[in-house]
Design a binder for this molecule. Structure first.
Ligand code: CA
Length: 239
C-alpha cells in the first residue's frame, strides 16, 4: 500500500464547526481558517444537518451541548449521512461516555478549553487518517511485517504461506482495515460484522480477534497489525 505522506496532511476543502456559543464558534472558525479556506459554522443540530446535506464537509467539529438536541444524537444522525471524520468538542471526560461516543461514530475528542495548536493538530491527524482509509479502500492491499493481505481477492499470506480465513474473520479483517488507524469498539465491530442483536458481543469479538491474530500476525502474542487499545477497542495499524 502506498504510504501517505506524514507531513501536514491533505489540504481540506471544507470544514464544518457545530457550536452554539457564538464567540467560541467564531474563534474556532478563525483558527481552522489557517488550514482550510472554507470553514462553515452551524449553531444547531438542524443547521448542521442542512449544511452537511448541502455540501459534505471533509471533517466536522462537533460540540456536545446544542440547543435542539444532544451532540450524541447529531453524531448518530450525521453518521447516516457521511463517513467523514467527526471530532467531538467535549467538557466531559468519563471513559464510558467516550466509548459510547465512539460507538455512535466519533473519531476523536477534544476537551474544552483547548488551544489552537492542539485543535489544528487533532484536525490534521483525523484528515490524515481519513485520507489513509480512503487509500486503503482504493488499494485494498496491505503489505508488511512479512504479511500480504489482499481484500479484493480475499487472500492472506504470512511469510509466503497462504492462510485460510473464515467468512467472519474476513469481515472482521475488512472492517478493521477500512478503519485503519482508528480504534473500533467491540460493539462497533459487532454491528459491522455480526448481523444480529443478541449474544455476548465482547466475548465473540475477542475470540475472533484472537483467531485472526493467530493467522495474520507475524507474532500473534505480540500483535503489530491488530492492536488492542485498552478500555476502547481494537485498531488496525497499517505496516
Ligand atoms: Ca454548547
Amino acid at each position: 500500500m502506498p504510504v501517505p505522506p506524514f507531513g501536514p496532511g491533505p489540504d481540506p476543502r471544507s470544514l464544518l464547526v457545530v457550536e452554539d456559543d457564538d464567540a467560541l464558534r467564531t474563534s474556532l472558525i478563525q483558527v481552522l481558517h489557517s488550514i482550510c479556506p472554507r470553514v462553515r459554522g452551524a449553531a444547531t443540530l438542524a443547521e448542521a444537518l442542512a449544511a452537511c446535506a448541502e455540501e459534505p464537509p471533509d471533517l466536522v467539529l462537533l460540540d456536545l451541548g446544542l440547543p435542539d438536541g444532544e451532540g450524541s444524537e447529531l453524531l448518530a444522525q450525521l453518521r447516516v449521512l457521511t463517513a467523514v471524520p467527526i471530532v467531538v468538542l467535549s467538557g466531559r471526560e468519563a471513559d464510558e461516555e467516550k466509548v459510547a461516543l465512539l460507538d455512535a461514530g466519533a473519531d476523536d475528542f477534544i476537551i474544552k478549553p483547548c488551544g489552537s495548536a492542539e485543535l489544528i493538530a487533532r484536525v490534521r491527524g483525523q484528515l490524515r487518517r481519513s485520507a489513509f482509509s480512503v487509500a486503503a479502500r482504493a488499494a485494498a492491499r496491505v503489505v508488511g511485517h512479512g504479511v500480504e493481505i489482499d481484500l479484493v481477492n480475499q487472500r492472506v499470506a504470512r511469510n509466503g504461506v497462504l492462510q485460510r480465513l473464515t467468512p467472519t474473520e474476513w469481515s472482521l479483517l475488512r472492517a478493521l482495515i477500512l478503519h485503519a488507524g482508528r480504534p473500533l469498539t467491540a460493539k462497533q465491530l459487532w454491528d459491522l460484522v455480526w448481523d444480529r442483536e443478541f449474544g455476548d458481543y465482547a466475548v465473540h469479538v475477542r475470540v475472533h480477534i484472537t483467531h485472526l491474530r493467530r493467522k495474520i500476525e507475524p507474532e500473534p502474542a505480540n500483535p503489530r497489525l491488530i492492536i488492542t487499545d485498552p478500555g476502547v477497542g481494537y485498531r488496525f495499524v497499517s505496516p
